[in-house]
Each structure stands twice: as structure tokens, then as C-alpha cells.
Design a binder for this molecule. Structure first.
Ligand SMILES: Nc1ncnc2c1ncn2[C@@H]1O[C@H](COP(=O)(O)OP(=O)(O)OP(=O)(O)O)[C@@H](O)[C@H]1O
Length: 254
């Protein structure tokens, strides 16, 4: 579903993404993990055709992102980092707008299902500017999946959602890939990746330092947090004794 070869993006001296090779199959729920500033958002921007790589090739569902970014955008659903729906549309208008862009027929029913799923039908005629952050995130989620894309690319999927909604979204994502969809998420939160992903990639300073399945015996023998901290913590020069003495939340430091 995603084929990336020798992908790099440099901003002046900054190597945001540096020579990444990555292959993600249909039906995977792939998690891109990495510390702040490691290149996750830059990867997503290239995959979605928002920025051009400095070098390398990338294909989504067999379509070259550089040659035909519009076709790629038809095939995918995206929730970009920290993006919110337009303030001047109501929740319902926004979903209808997206449905029309996606050339969907009978979209009213589909939109209604999403309002039900996220339990905010009573706010569908509210302007997006008046919705809570969590509800705006729900709306972003709904717009990404409205047309049942081949591939959904989501930056921090559970951000701003309460525990009940988090559970629903996790179950939904698991079901989506079981039914043949593919999902690419980027997250700092290792617990989320551990719970829902089938495979992961760890990016550090623009380089992909690990890829593999979550049921890989090497990973299972430790746990994801330990594995991540060993890989990234050492590279960042965090002394091992600090890693060992720190509370569970040390992943926030990475
Ligand atoms: N437009 C830009 N101009 C210059 N440098 C940039 C630009 N966008 C990103 N960078 C740099 O590229 C590197 C990777 O940034 P990126 O946003 O991809 O990281 P990230 O892993 O998504 O970080 P975070 O987890 O903090 O969101 C960082 O050093 C960042 O400062």
C-alpha cells in the first residue's frame, strides 16, 4: 500500500527525513513512532503530497505521489497534525462539504452515522468554532473516513478524545484494517501503538532506525517502551541509570 525508497527531505542543514526505505502492506495498522522533531510530520506531509521530497520515490496504492498527487489524495483520508475544521461552517456543513469534494452520493446517511458514532448529533448545526477541541477532533476523524479510503493517515489519532471515545476509535481502527483498509498513524504515545498497531517504524533524527511487526519475538521479549528507550534513549545519550530509575512516564522525555 505504501512503498517508499530513499526518501529524504532537507531544510537547509536540517535533515528532517534522511534516506528512508519503507514498505507497508494492505491491511496493516502501522505506527510511526519517534521523539519530537524526528521527522514524523515531514513523512506524513510527503506521503500526502503536501511537500516535495528532496530526493527519493514514494508510491501509495501503486500511484506515484509526485506524479499524481491528486489521485493519491482521492485514495486516502488524512487527519493532519493540529488541524481543525473551518470555523465558519457548521459540523454538518463541513461533513457535507467534504462528502461533495469526495464525490459521494447519499452522503447524508453516512454523515448521520458518524454523528451517531461520536455521539454529537445534537451539535451538528453548531459552528465548528463553537465546538470543543475533542468534538472538532471527532469531526476531523469523521471527514477522514467518510469515503472509506484505501489508506488513512493520521497524526496523533486519539488526541483530545476522552477515554470512551478513545476506546471507540481504537476498536474502529482495528476493525477498519481487518476489513481490508490500511491505516498509518504517527504518535508519541507508545501505549497506543502497543495496543492497536500491527507493525511499527521508529524514526530518529530523520532515519528509520527500526521497522517490524509488533508480534516480533525480539519486541515481545521486552516491551515496546523498553525497546523504544533502548533504541532512542541510547542514541540521545540518556544515561542508562536514569532510564532505569525513571518512572514509566519517561517516554515523554524521549
Ligand atoms: N518548514 C520547515 N522548515 C525548517 N525546518 C523544518 C520545517 N518543518 C520541519 N522542520 C524540521 O524538521 C525536523 C523534523 O520535524 P517534524 O515536524 O517532521 O518532526 P516530528 O517528528 O513530527 O516532531 P513532533 O513529534 O515534535 O511533532 C525538525 O528538526 C524540524 O524543526
Amino acid at each position: 500500500m505504501i512503498e517508499v525508497k530513499g526518501l529524504s527531505k532537507f531544510y537547509g542543514q536540517t535533515k528532517a527525513v534522511d534516506g528512508v526505505d519503507l514498505s507497508i502492506g494492505k491491511g496493516e495498522l502501522f505506527g510511526l513512532l519517534g521523539p519530537n522533531g524526528s521527522g514524523k510530520t515531514t513523512m506524513i506531509k510527503m506521503l500526502t503530497g503536501q511537500i516535495k521530497p528532496t530526493s527519493g520515490t514514494l508510491k501509495v496504492h501503486g500511484v506515484d505521489v509526485l506524479e499524481d498527487p491528486l489521485r493519491v489524495r482521492e485514495l486516502i483520508g488524512v487527519i493532519p497534525e493540529q488541524e481543525t475544521p473551518p470555523s465558519f461552517l457548521t459540523a454538518e456543513e463541513y461533513l457535507y462539504f467534504v462528502a461533495k469534494v469526495r464525490k459521494m452520493e447519499h452522503y447524508e446517511e453516512v454523515c448521520e452515522k458518524w454523528f451517531e458514532f461520536f455521539d454529537f448529533g445534537d451539535q451538528k448545526t453548531s459552528l465548528c468554532k463553537d465546538l470543543s477541541r475533542g468534538t472538532r477532533q471527532k469531526l476531523m476523524f469523521a471527514q477522514a473516513f467518510l469515503h472509506e479510503p484505501e489508506l488513512a493517515i493520521i497524526d496523533e489519532p486519539l488526541i483530545n478524545l476522552d477515554p470512551v471515545m478513545q476506546r471507540k476509535v481504537k476498536d474502529f481502527l482495528r476493525g477498519y484494517v481487518k476489513n481490508g483498509g490500511t491505516v498509518f498513524i504517527s504518535t508519541h504515545i507508545l501505549e497506543i501503538a502497543n495496543e492497536i498497531c500491527t507493525s511499527i517504524g521508529i524514526i530518529y533524527r530523520g532515519k528509520l532506525v527500526h521497522t517490524g511487526r509488533l508480534d516480533d519475538p525480539e519486541l515481545k521479549a521486552k516491551n515496546l517502551e523498553e525497546f523504544f528507550l533502548e533504541l532512542v534513549g541510547k542514541r540521545k545519550g540518556i544515561p542508562k541509570d536514569i532510564l532505569e530509575e525513571s518512572p514509566k512516564g519517561i517516554s515523554a522525555l524521549a
